[in-house]
Design a protein. Sequence first.
Length: 204
Amino acid sequence: MKWKMSERSLFAILLRSPWWVSFLLVAFISTVAFALLPNDFKFVGVLSSLPFAVVGTIAAWRQRNQLSSVEAEALQSAMAGMNWREFSTLLKQAFVNEGYTVTAVTPSDGLGDFLLTRQGQTTLVCAKRWKAAAWGIDNLQTLLNEKEAHGASRMMCVSLQTTPNTLKKFVIQQQVTWLSGQTLWALVASIYPNTARPQKTSDK
């Protein structure tokens, strides 16, 4: 049986929090240990903060490509203003940079747009609805049927919206990758640097 960390555990919460929160705990625990513990136990008290330092390091590594709120808003607006040809080109190049082989799905009368292949696994991607404000179970069920027809092992939905509450159960049960928010921004930021990383200008 594969062990999975509870989403409500302290360490899981810290992994989702800014990395510096874990290091604040490290500093707090170390300070308390030095201030309150006998000399023989100070070192042991400091060592008790080590798990939080490890979690902070992991969180920092995961968050290394996250954009600031200003950068994220600029990139989000840019993607919202793109047409399908612009967005699909951006997305395909981003997937290629991640090591995927990208194949367009034809004919294009279904919801699937690309097949991503890497390390023997294939993912069916629905990206053309990236601007859609509403998603329904019928959309995901159609995509699930298409996934099986294409022999794909996974499916992914690309959206500017976070996972709708009405779909979260289905997404978890069917292991759908919902690509949005920081995950989407980090994927395409390096391909669209002028929007993702605004250049600072200096006065002469």
